[in-house]
Design a protein around this ligand. Structure first.
Ligand code: HEC
Length: 110
Protein backbone atom coordinates (compact mmCIF):
# COMPACT_ATOMS: atom_id res chain seq x y z
CA UNK A 1 0.00 0.00 0.00
CA UNK A 2 2.76 2.39 0.97
CA UNK A 3 4.53 1.57 -2.22
CA UNK A 4 1.43 2.24 -4.26
CA UNK A 5 0.97 5.61 -2.58
CA UNK A 6 4.55 6.63 -3.22
CA UNK A 7 4.17 5.63 -6.82
CA UNK A 8 1.01 7.64 -7.37
CA UNK A 9 2.55 10.63 -5.64
CA UNK A 10 5.48 10.35 -7.95
CA UNK A 11 3.23 10.21 -10.96
CA UNK A 12 1.26 13.20 -9.75
CA UNK A 13 4.29 15.37 -9.12
CA UNK A 14 5.65 14.23 -12.45
CA UNK A 15 2.54 15.63 -14.03
CA UNK A 16 2.85 18.96 -12.29
CA UNK A 17 6.36 19.45 -13.50
CA UNK A 18 5.32 19.19 -17.10
CA UNK A 19 5.54 22.54 -18.81
CA UNK A 20 2.19 23.92 -19.84
CA UNK A 21 1.95 23.52 -23.58
CA UNK A 22 1.67 26.73 -25.53
CA UNK A 23 0.79 24.91 -28.72
CA UNK A 24 -2.81 24.89 -29.97
CA UNK A 25 -2.82 21.10 -29.80
CA UNK A 26 -1.09 19.05 -27.10
CA UNK A 27 -0.29 16.17 -29.45
CA UNK A 28 1.96 18.49 -31.43
CA UNK A 29 4.84 17.93 -29.02
CA UNK A 30 5.01 14.25 -29.87
CA UNK A 31 3.88 14.45 -33.48
CA UNK A 32 6.30 13.15 -36.08
CA UNK A 33 5.79 15.97 -38.51
CA UNK A 34 7.31 14.36 -41.56
CA UNK A 35 5.89 14.33 -45.07
CA UNK A 36 5.26 10.58 -44.99
CA UNK A 37 3.74 10.51 -41.52
CA UNK A 38 1.70 13.67 -41.65
CA UNK A 39 1.86 16.21 -44.46
CA UNK A 40 0.92 13.75 -47.21
CA UNK A 41 -2.31 12.92 -45.39
CA UNK A 42 -3.27 16.58 -45.01
CA UNK A 43 -2.67 17.14 -48.73
CA UNK A 44 -4.69 14.05 -49.65
CA UNK A 45 -7.60 15.06 -47.43
CA UNK A 46 -7.76 18.74 -48.29
CA UNK A 47 -5.88 19.58 -51.48
CA UNK A 48 -5.42 16.75 -53.96
CA UNK A 49 -8.93 16.84 -55.34
CA UNK A 50 -7.80 19.96 -57.21
CA UNK A 51 -4.01 19.97 -57.07
CA UNK A 52 -2.88 16.84 -58.87
CA UNK A 53 -2.71 15.26 -62.27
CA UNK A 54 -2.01 16.73 -65.69
CA UNK A 55 -3.65 20.06 -65.08
CA UNK A 56 -3.58 20.96 -61.36
CA UNK A 57 -5.35 24.11 -60.16
CA UNK A 58 -3.17 27.22 -60.58
CA UNK A 59 -0.46 24.95 -62.00
CA UNK A 60 0.34 23.90 -58.43
CA UNK A 61 0.70 20.13 -58.00
CA UNK A 62 0.79 18.84 -54.43
CA UNK A 63 0.88 15.11 -55.06
CA UNK A 64 4.47 14.21 -54.20
CA UNK A 65 7.12 15.09 -51.66
CA UNK A 66 9.11 17.07 -54.22
CA UNK A 67 6.08 18.99 -55.42
CA UNK A 68 4.91 19.89 -51.92
CA UNK A 69 8.40 20.85 -50.83
CA UNK A 70 8.81 23.13 -53.83
CA UNK A 71 5.46 24.76 -53.15
CA UNK A 72 6.32 25.15 -49.46
CA UNK A 73 9.68 26.71 -50.23
CA UNK A 74 7.92 29.37 -52.27
CA UNK A 75 5.97 30.14 -49.10
CA UNK A 76 2.61 30.64 -50.88
CA UNK A 77 1.74 27.08 -49.90
CA UNK A 78 1.64 27.87 -46.21
CA UNK A 79 0.35 31.43 -46.67
CA UNK A 80 -2.78 30.44 -48.54
CA UNK A 81 -3.63 27.89 -45.86
CA UNK A 82 -2.86 30.26 -42.99
CA UNK A 83 -4.99 33.05 -44.45
CA UNK A 84 -7.84 30.66 -45.18
CA UNK A 85 -7.79 30.92 -48.99
CA UNK A 86 -7.02 27.21 -49.35
CA UNK A 87 -8.75 24.86 -49.20
CA UNK A 88 -11.72 26.76 -50.65
CA UNK A 89 -14.10 24.74 -48.46
CA UNK A 90 -12.82 26.44 -45.31
CA UNK A 91 -9.74 27.17 -43.24
CA UNK A 92 -7.80 24.28 -41.70
CA UNK A 93 -7.86 24.14 -37.90
CA UNK A 94 -5.09 25.75 -35.84
CA UNK A 95 -3.66 22.42 -34.83
CA UNK A 96 -3.15 21.28 -38.43
CA UNK A 97 -1.62 24.64 -39.38
CA UNK A 98 0.77 24.49 -36.43
CA UNK A 99 1.81 20.98 -37.44
CA UNK A 100 2.51 22.12 -41.00
CA UNK A 101 4.53 25.03 -39.64
CA UNK A 102 6.49 22.56 -37.55
CA UNK A 103 7.28 20.59 -40.71
CA UNK A 104 8.58 23.72 -42.44
CA UNK A 105 10.65 24.77 -39.43
CA UNK A 106 12.16 21.28 -39.26
CA UNK A 107 13.43 21.71 -42.83
CA UNK A 108 10.79 19.66 -44.71
CA UNK A 109 11.69 16.17 -43.41
CA UNK A 110 10.48 13.53 -45.90
C1 HEC B 1 -11.77 22.74 -54.74
C2 HEC B 1 -10.51 22.86 -55.40
C3 HEC B 1 -9.29 23.23 -54.58
C4 HEC B 1 -8.85 22.65 -53.41
C5 HEC B 1 -9.45 21.52 -52.62
C6 HEC B 1 -7.61 23.35 -53.07
N1 HEC B 1 -7.32 24.29 -54.01
FE1 HEC B 1 -5.66 25.47 -54.08
N2 HEC B 1 -6.40 26.40 -55.73
C7 HEC B 1 -7.58 26.10 -56.36
C8 HEC B 1 -7.78 27.03 -57.46
C9 HEC B 1 -8.97 27.03 -58.42
C10 HEC B 1 -6.67 27.91 -57.45
C11 HEC B 1 -6.40 29.07 -58.39
C12 HEC B 1 -7.33 30.23 -58.19
C13 HEC B 1 -7.04 30.96 -56.97
O1 HEC B 1 -5.88 31.39 -56.77
O2 HEC B 1 -7.98 31.17 -56.19
C14 HEC B 1 -5.80 27.47 -56.36
C15 HEC B 1 -4.59 28.07 -56.04
C16 HEC B 1 -3.71 27.59 -55.11
C17 HEC B 1 -2.38 28.09 -54.89
C18 HEC B 1 -1.70 29.23 -55.66
C19 HEC B 1 -2.14 30.51 -55.01
C20 HEC B 1 -1.33 31.71 -55.42
O3 HEC B 1 -1.88 32.80 -55.29
O4 HEC B 1 -0.19 31.54 -55.81
C21 HEC B 1 -1.83 27.36 -53.89
C22 HEC B 1 -0.42 27.50 -53.29
C23 HEC B 1 -2.85 26.41 -53.45
N3 HEC B 1 -3.97 26.57 -54.22
C24 HEC B 1 -2.67 25.52 -52.42
C25 HEC B 1 -3.67 24.70 -51.95
C26 HEC B 1 -3.53 23.88 -50.78
C27 HEC B 1 -2.28 23.80 -49.91
C28 HEC B 1 -4.71 23.20 -50.63
C29 HEC B 1 -5.08 22.27 -49.52
C30 HEC B 1 -4.96 22.78 -48.18
C31 HEC B 1 -5.58 23.59 -51.72
N4 HEC B 1 -4.92 24.50 -52.49
C32 HEC B 1 -6.86 23.08 -51.94
C33 HEC B 1 -8.43 25.08 -56.06
C34 HEC B 1 -8.33 24.26 -54.95
Amino acid sequence: MKRFLALSLLTLSGCKQEKPSSSPCPELDTLRATYAAYVERVMRLHCLSCHQGQNPAAGVALDSYTAVRQAAERRRWYEVMANGTMPPSGKLDDCTLAALRKWIEAGYPP
